[in-house]
Design a protein around this ligand. Structure first.
Ligand code: PRP
Length: 215
């Protein structure tokens, strides 16, 4: 079988909302992604395969052409940069906000603000744009712990319900960006696999519009 299209999907919460949209667009994995230990899945469309990745790896696979198309959060795209990628469609799923957060009315610990985040590039740009001198500390998870343990004054993180912040005595402070999952396409693949990718964008766009109209 010739490979006609490889689609990189973000695992976890986003995946649960992504698969129904792809099913609407006529693409379904042949195995159960949630119970299988496989990472690469054939689909109901001959030659179209799905690869399941951590979100932060999706732009890398698509940028290098190992996957032609991907689904990834805008937060990850803002952090990784958009080099080599088109972003033709907002899938309007996994909506949340990228925000700064911290303790309410916390006094600053020093001249420079200490900010913990896994979004270090976004954080650096945000505080620089505000004219705030900040030392950015890279973390890989559980950002809310950093102010609690006095590692940082503030965090930059995803806020959805706000429950995690609240449970740890913190509040959202400044809104940086609205987030949702996006379809990204490798720029070269957009030329060489134009027909199949255009058709995918159209079918997914229709599925998003139907879902939005029904909600
Ligand atoms: C995200 C984020 C917050 C939480 C926010 O973590 O980092 O911790 O969700 O959601 P809430 O506002 O509804 O409480 P996630 O569970 O995705 O895990 P992660 O730390 O691996 O990103």
């Amino acid at each position: 079988m010739t490979r006609s299209l490889t689609i990189a999907l973000t695992k976890g919460r986003i995946l649960k909302e992504t698969l129904p949209l792809f099913a609407e667009a006529g693409i379904e994995p042949l195995d159960d992604i949630f119970t299988s230990r496989k990472l690469l899945f054939d689909t109901t469309v001959d030659g179209v395969q799905l690869v399941i990745l951590r979100g932060s790896d999706v732009p890398t696979y698509v940028r290098h052409g190992a996957a032609d198309v991907g689904v990834v959060g805008k937060d990850v795209l803002l952090e990784s940069g958009a080099d080599g990628l088109y972003e033709p469609l907002d899938l309007a799923i996994a909506r949340c906000r990228l925000m700064t957060a911290g303790f309410p009315d916390a006094p600053k610990s020093g001249a420079r603000l200490r900010v913990a985040s896994k979004f270090v590039n976004v954080a650096r740009q945000y505080y620089a744009a505000q004219g705030i001198q900040a030392d950015i500390i890279k973390l890989y998870g559980a950002m809310e712990l950093a102010p609690l343990m006095d590692l940082a004054d503030e965090i930059v993180d995803i806020v959805d319900t706000g429950n995690t912040l609240k449970a740890n005595g913190m509040v959202p402070l400044a809104h940086i960006a609205d987030i949702s999952s996006r379809l990204v396409v490798n720029k070269a693949a957009m030329r060489t696999r134009h027909l199949i990718i255009e058709s995918l964008i159209t079918r997914l766009g229709d599925a998003v519009a139907r879902k939005e109209a029904a909600s």
